[in-house]
Design a protein around this ligand. Structure first.
Ligand code: NA7
Length: 549
């Protein structure tokens, strides 16, 4: 595994590079590979001591992807895709991490990746048209391009529960789980949070712990994964037809073939047929339950039919009717927040060693040295697990002091919500790219599909600039404004606006309530990007050497 440079090796004068990439997750890895292909000098800075990003940090028990393995993988290399064998239908975290490491080795990426190195600032030098990038290891590099591959769910939310530092027992965060794992045998464990991370952790540790108490503020919709060994026929079919399937992903709504969106309307389907369709989708498992009918995502009455189906499922699984009622989401539409894809989550509540605390009935007053005090009582624990989510999409960028023209800080520019053109660039921040940034399909899509599209766009753009002897690209304020308005208008017509989700920044106290991802679909978005390029990078100003003469 590549090592970070020792501090003493940091150069006094800035290294001159074509590009700096921040982050060595899937986005950073593929971006580096593309830049290598262009013959550019590039360096990746990665805060972790290994590559893999999300799959490096989120190694909590039961962590696995919620998209089928063959779809949640790179498409850019046929050889890679043909050689790599996934073992499970939904790959577990260790396998995804092994895949990221395999990609780093296979494409000779490691020598340009500096691990254990966090970028603290990126300042645009207007005189030189270059970015000065500084790390916490004392390195300063100068780069023509600065590419943020910082991830959308990489800045873990800090505990916002009173007394969080007081607990004398063990404290864990799902987003930064200890590398060696944790032995909870016989222990009294609390977990706060019931998003995907909480749901997967709860399901996995319940059989191991002495007692598990789940502190739930908002129940989540969860559908079965029906995970297991990957079906060899599915794997073989994927490899045989990969080109067709990959193209279908790229042209689809969210870049997932298994979604299989139906065109039928729930409101125009008989009760009996509707039930049959829902049952069939539930038996298939995964996100396809949400696309059983075309109106589920658009019409509240249709959505309520899906809610009713899932509520009945929960009641049929969970034996204690009071617990079942508490586990049924009632305050927001189905799929207006990211749904969980589970492996026996609701079943776990039939165990004797698990209890559910509904924080709407008995809110947490404070964490105490011995455990957690809710309004009605004190709970004592050996360990508390925080599974409380992330400062999504903007959090990782906000942590870096990014300054563009005139010293404008990105954080200040985004004080009322992120402003971008295509989710790729920001007016006033030349040559700064954001892979899967706010304003792009990003977290509403198969991230790998969106990562590849963005990295390809950026690499092609840099190549275009070089071939035309331009040195600077930047969106026009008008194009940015038009794009932000467009994204907001699209979002306004969706049920997403009716949930307090991290898509809207609603999980972070004080964060502006703005719908961040582009909800128009990856296919439509890709066409738009292609049209922008075909029209000579419409909406961007290209300047530099050729205009300076
Ligand atoms: P999520 O989905 O944001 O879930 C975080 C959970 O933590 C959620 O249930 C929150 O309740 C809960 N939470 C957050 N803060 C608190 C406090 N202060 N008290 C009680 N409960 C709290 O994050 P995940 O890591 O599970 O999943 C993120 C994504 O990763 C997921 O969508 C997949 O794409 C993979 P709330 O809903 O805010 O009431």
């Amino acid at each position: 595994m590549a090592q970070s440079r020792p501090v003493e090796a940091a150069e006094k004068a800035p290294d001159e590079l074509d590009a700096v990439i921040v982050g060595a997750g899937f986005a950073g890895l593929y971006m580096l590979h593309r830049l290598h292909g262009l013959g550019l000098t590039a360096r990746v800075f990665e805060a972790g001591n290994g590559v893999g990003g999300t799959w490096f940090w989120n190694r909590y028990p039961g962590a696995r992807v919620d998209i089928e393995s063959q779809e949640y993988s790179f498409s850019f290399s046929e050889d890679l895709e043909m050689d790599w064998e996934w073992t499970e239908r939904y790959a577990p975290q260790p396998e995804l991490l092994a895949y990221a490491n395999h990609v780093a080795d296979r494409f000779s990426l490691r020598s340009d990746i500096h691990l254990n190195t966090r970028v603290v600032s990126a300042i645009f030098d207007e005189a030189a048209d270059r970015w000065a990038v500084t790390t916490d290891q004392g390195q300063v590099v100068s780069a023509r391009y600065c590419i943020m591959a910082t991830g959308c769910l990489s800045a873990a939310k800090q505990p916002d529960v009173p007394g969080a530092g007081q607990f004398r027992g063990e404290t864990y965060s799902t987003a930064a789980w200890p590398e060696g794992g944790v032995d909870f045998t016989g222990k009294k464990v609390a977990i706060i949070g019931t998003g995907s991370s909480g749901v997967q952790t709860i399901t996995t540790i319940a059989p191991q712990v002495g007692e598990l108490t789940v502190f739930q503020r908002t129940p989540n919709f969860s559908v079965p994964a029906h995970n297991g060994p990957i079906d060899p026929d599915v794997a073989a079919d994927w490899k045989a037809n990969r080109e067709t399937y990959r193209q279908m992903e790229r042209e689809s709504g969210i870049g997932i073939m298994a979604l299989d969106p139906s065109e039928a309307l729930a409101l125009e389907t008989s009760r009996e047929d509707r039930e049959r369709v829902f049952e069939e989708r539930w038996a298939r498992g995964g996100f396809c339950v949400a696309t059983a009918f075309a109106d589920i995502g658009a019409d509240l009455d249709a959505n309520n039919l899906a809610v009713d189906f899932i509520a009945r499922k929960i009641r049929s699984i969970v034996r204690n009717p009071d617990v079942a009622e508490r586990l049924i989401p009632k305050t927001y539409p189905f799929a207006s927040k990211r749904i969980c894809v589970d492996t026996g989550y609701f079943e776990v509540y039939n165990r004797d060693n698990i209890s559910l605390v509904d924080l709407n009935e008995t809110p947490i007053e404070t964490i105490t040295p011995a455990g957690i005090r809710t309004r009605d009582r004190d709970h004592a624990f050996d360990a508390i697990i925080f599974a409380i989510g992330f400062d999504a999409m903007t959090g990782a960028l906000d942590r870096i002091d990014i300054r563009g023209r005139g010293g404008l800080r990105l954080k200040d520019k985004w004080a009322e919500g992120p402003l971008t053109y295509l989710g790729l660039m920001v007016a006033g921040f030349p040559n700064l790219f954001t892979i899967t940034g706010p304003g792009s399909p990003s977290v509403l899509s198969n991230m790998i599909v969106s990562i590849e599209q963005h990295a390809d766009f950026i690499a092609d753009c840099i190549d275009h600039l070089a071939s035309r002897q331009f040195s600077v690209i930047e969106p026009t304020p008008a194009a940015e404004k038009e794009w932000v308005t467009h994204v907001n208008e699209l979002a306004a017509g969706t049920l997403y606006m009716q949930a307090n989700s991290w898509y809207l920044g609603a999980n972070i106290p004080g964060k502006p309530r703005v719908f961040m991802p582009y909800p128009g679909g990856v296919g439509v978005y890709r066409e738009r990007c292609e049209a922008v390029v075909a029209n000579g990078y419409e909406g961007f100003a290209l300047t530099g050497a050729s205009t300076a003469v």
